[in-house]
Design a binder for this molecule. Structure first.
Ligand code: GSH
Length: 266
């Protein structure tokens, strides 16, 4: 595929995205709305963030932060919206008239906003740093490794407690609060967090993973390798991968011991 260098549509919705949790928030929502209402359809472009396409002027014209995802509504003056949470809100406001994935009034409306904000301000940034220090950085540094993986575990504990007596995060209805948080929980193993430590959260993750629109959304722009499903398969079947995983887990364990990490949540 050639390198994207401009928009590809002149009407309807166009999503600029990549196979990451923040990208999945947007694509899952677009697929859910399409499945529930039969419209709108959308086109997408794969923005390889490793190639810095998201920093090019044609992209930052729509998403000034130079990060994916960005949704462009060509039918609304080519309006570009960055930030997964803002995309979820936009889709809700314009394309979810029956509040199938949102809420019309309080207390659910404010609680839904709360859990989306919590994901954007807490879970996403912390788990993003856990990814970086646990797995992606060129060197393994014990302090930030245990700090960010530990904080991600604390946040998973908050979700786990919330889901103890609730099937979904708000009002016992699947909503954008679940979509925002699911997209990150769906890549827990990549950040070094064993989801099975959190039984309520694990069941919630399984329940949401079964949704056809979620499966479709997670496969945009292409089938991912970093989500929990493929990750666990690879652990079973690929010896080299399993060895690397065990090494990283050992480094994490030692880092936690070195700094006296104690799991405490909530
Ligand atoms: N707060 C933003 C975060 C967006 C973000 O961090 N996107 C990452 C991919 S998950 C990205 O584009 N990284 C590439 C870069 O930083 O250049 C959201 O929720 O959408």
């Amino acid at each position: 595929m050639s390198r994207p260098n401009g928009t590809i549509a002149s009407s309807g919705l166009e999503l600029l995205t990549f196979g990451t949790p923040n990208g999945h928030k947007a694509s899952i929502m677009l697929e859910e709305i399409k499945a529930a209402y039969g419209k709108p359809d959308y086109v997408f472009q794969s923005i390889n963030i490793g190639e810095n396409i998201q920093k090019e002027p044609w992209f930052t014209q729509y998403g000034p932060n130079g990060r994916i995802p960005v949704l462009i509504d060509h039918d609304n003056g080519d309006l570009g919206i960055m930030e997964g949470a803002a995309i979820l809100a936009y889709m809700t406001r314009h394309f979810d008239p029956d509040n199938k994935f949102s809420f019309a009034k309080d207390p659910e409306l404010s609680l839904c906003e709360q859990w989306v904000a919590w994901q954007t301000g807490g879970l996403g940034p912390m788990q993003g740093q856990a990814n970086h220090f646990y797995r992606l950085a060129k060197e393994r540094i014990p302090y930030p490794t245990q700090r960010y993986v530990g904080e991600t575990e604390r946040l998973y504990g908050i979700l786990d407690a919330r889901l103890k007596d609730n099937e979904y995060l708000v009002g016992n209805k699947y909503s954008i609060a679940d979509i925002a948080n699911y997209s990150w929980v769906n890549v827990s193993f990549f950040a070094g967090v064993d989801l099975e430590q959190f039984p309520n959260l694990h069941k919630w993750w399984q329940r949401i993973s079964e949704r056809p629109a979620v499966k479709k959304g997670v496969a945009v722009p292409s089938e991912p390798g970093i989500t929990n499903g493929p990750f666990k398969e690879k652990l079973k079947n690929d010896q080299e991968f399993r060895q690397k995983h065990e090494e990283l887990q050992e480094i994490l364990k030692k880092a936690k011991e070195q700094y006296g990490y104690k799991y405490a949540s909530p």
